[in-house]
Design a protein around this ligand. Sequence first.
Ligand code: AHM
Ligand code: MG
Length: 334
Amino acid sequence: MAQAAPVVPLLGQPSFITLQSHVLGEERRHPGATGTLSWIISALSIAAKTIAAKLRTAGIEDVLGDIGAENVQGERQQKLDVIANHLLIQLLRAREGVAVIGSEENDELLLVDAAAAGGRHYSVLFDPLDGSSNLDVAGGVGTIFSIFQIGDGDSGTLQAGRHQVAAGYVLYGPSTIFVLTTGHGVHMFVLDPAVGAFIRVAEHLRIPARGNTYAVNEANLDGFPPAYRRFLAQCRAQGYGSRYAGAMVVDVHRVLIKGGVFMYPPTAKAPQGKLRLMYEANPMAMLIEQAGGRASTGTQPILDVQPDALHQRVPVVLGSPEEVAALEAMLAAP
Ligand code: AHM
Ligand code: MG
């Protein structure tokens, strides 16, 4: 009689769920899903892998330094800003269902497929290479993206962040990390360069209720409204440490994992702060709220701000619920 084959226990094996299979799994949970959003996220992951590869060899190839031009916001464009932007636009415009693209590096929204009839249409807004002033010193940088579904004929209309259907960022650090939400929690993937795939390493991330560090450009302290200065003084009195990379993706990632607060307050010079609502503040706010944190302009949830321009700026306070609530209470006090 044939013997039963021995059962090999799979104790402690990693799951090897890739970003691709994770997204397909999420799609299956939505009976009406068409797969269009999954294809868009797949384009973003290909862009992320390509940008990560370019960054790895940036000091060897001639891709560092600025191109001698400024973007619409008066910032010097780095060569890699332009390369990453071009790559994202080329990949996204080839994906069915991408009707509108908006980038930090382009003055206006790009209408890609506004006339296409039928199917679902999306707008994808992004900061192709956030924190790019870190590039010349091999510091951490990132890509941030925000995705909205749009109705026929709505191509040029900007929606409040609350309507995002997906958001995320890619952190290019010692490893390349993809953090994603499609409105059902926050999930984290790490690029395995040997395999060429993002592997899921955490599901349903929860931000700690409070932390012990804050991330802010303290050189601007004298220009902050008094409530921000009081809040930071209170943090210092309570023994908080300061951590600031000068790249939002790096700073927000730390806050997401370890708790605490990230902020870019209004300053005397920049009354709306520095960060842009549509492709920096909104996607980070969706991720942080999905992880149980809070994201505020100081006076209202970032996700409720009604946009009026692609490049509009907004003050940003986000992180653990306790710290953000404490700062909001100080800002509301007479
Ligand atoms: P960028 O998109 O041009 O790189 O600018 C945004 C960056 C954020 O990553 C970061 O939080 C902030 O600017 C840092 O600004 P500052 O140097 O004023 O502290
Ligand atoms: Mg940026």
